[in-house]
Write a protein that binds this ligand. Structure first.
Ligand code: G3I
Length: 375
């Protein structure tokens, strides 16, 4: 009798050990010592309404970015009104789980209210007024989370595809030095924080050259830029492995760190001639643009896995300079790509599927890390 009970208990223990042995290694463990692994999190995840998403975030990631919660329109909707409710919850979430917390983003031309640039009569304000508004915004927000948000995307998407500066209201009203000023204000508010210039498609040569010239100039002026964010809104074919590799090397040579700040890989038909993440782009829905509404074919699932493996091999090759790889979302269902540039498509850009299960691309990313460690 005793023997039978012992055997039953042994079987139970063996089964639970077996289950533990088979539990997939979390991403953050697989890449420990190489770089941090993160995700942009949305409102339901910040507020605890998405418990399934939160469980994935807690298990898999050691850094978080706020998908929208810290953008100007959310946190500073009116001249004298700051709303820190969601931002405070975001930072508390990261602290509770001992995560590296990213702030996104201080100066951008999108999701910024029009009042920022205008006077009472609706005309553009002058340079001094806009600099003061920028200073107040940055010092208030960075100051509030000093020592708690470790890294800020200070200036976001300041460049055109040809590498020239985007004609945003920031540039038109303040002039080219708005970028340097934004970094200085952020540094004054938290001298320890890492400060990033963040943009998409920097793997394309003209835009990359513009960014390299911009960063070199800022560094020469002593502006405290610590890293460049390559957003990584990629496709199955863009950027090439060679271009990804060369882009990271080029920025490393300037003495800045590189973060992959908004990674996702699009498998849907492209609607633009060039890969972009230009949020103003809108394209009409057509059935042929949404081919996988009822599920992703195995062949494409495998292509996606292979693509993620190729990208992660490049990031790992540069582990001395790449400090963080952050996915722009947690599961496929969360992704902005379901509604951009075509509203209502079924997109599959991330490592977790719509039911929160790891995809073959997840296993592929884990395998790349494991293979590198056994070499
Ligand atoms: O909050 C409103 C909601 O009240 C309203 O009912 C709903 C109707 O469409 O819209 C909601 O706002 C949306 C918001 O996301 C929150 O979901 C906006 O329409 C939508 O435009 C906005 O999109 C965000 C986009 O930035 C806008 O610029 C995406 O979620 C966000 O993923 C995306 O993130 C950017 C990075 O900040 C910078 N790099 C590119 C990246 C992808 O576009």
């Amino acid at each position: 009798m005793l023997n039978r009970r012992f055997m039953a208990v042994s079987a139970l223990v063996a089964a639970s050990l077996g289950a533990a042995a088979q539990a997939p290694t979390p991403l953050k463990e697989a890449y420990k010592g190489d770089f941090l692994i993160g995700a942009a999190i949305n409102t339901p995840q910040i507020t605890g309404q998405d418990s399934r998403g939160d469980a994935i975030i807690e298990a898999q990631f050691d850094t978080i970015s706020p998908e929208n919660a810290l953008k100007w329109e959310r946190i500073h909707p009116k001249p004298d009104t700051y709303d820190f409710t969601l931002a405070d919850q975001y930072v508390a979430f990261g602290e509770k789980h001992h995560m590296f917390i990213v702030g996104h983003c201080l100066v951008w031309h999108n999701q910024v209210p029009d009042w920022v640039f205008r006077d009472d009569k609706g005309n553009f304000v002058d340079r001094a007024t806009l600099l003061k508004r920028m200073h107040d915004h940055i010092s208030t927000i960075v100051g509030r989370y000093k020592g708690r948000i470790q890294s800020w995307d200070v200036v976001n998407e300041a460049l055109n595809e040809d590498g020239t500066l985007r004609q945003s209201p920031w540039l038109k009203i303040i002039g080219e030095d708005y970028i340097a000023k934004a970094f200085q204000y952020a540094h004054e508010a938290d001298p320890q924080a890492q400060l990033t210039y963040n943009d998409y498609s920097l793997e394309n040569e003209p835009k990359r050259n513009g960014a390299l010239a911009l960063i070199a100039k800022l560094k020469a002026q002593g502006v405290p830029v610590t890293s460049v964010g390559l957003q990584g809104h990629d496709s199955l074919t863009w950027p090439s492995v060679e271009d990804q590799d060369a882009t990271i090397s080029d920025f490393a040579k300037l003495g800045v760190k590189v973060v992959i700040s908004e990674l996702d890989v699009d498998v849907l038909p492209s609607v633009t001639h060039q890969q972009t993440a230009e949020v103003s782009l809108k394209v009409q829905q057509e059935p042929k643009l949404n081919p996988y509404a009822n599920g992703l074919p195995q062949s494409v699932q495998q292509e996606l896995a292979q693509r993620y493996a190729d990208l992660f091999r490049v990031y790992l090759k540069h582990r001395d300079v790449v400090t963080r790889v952050t996915f722009w979302g947690v599961t496929d269902g969360d992704s902005w790509r379901n509604d951009w540039p075509v509203k209502g498509r079924t997109s599959y850009p991330l490592l977790f599927d719509r039911s929160g299960q790891p995809k073959p691309a997840f296993q592929a990313a884990i395998r790349v890390a494991a293979d590198a460690k056994t070499k």
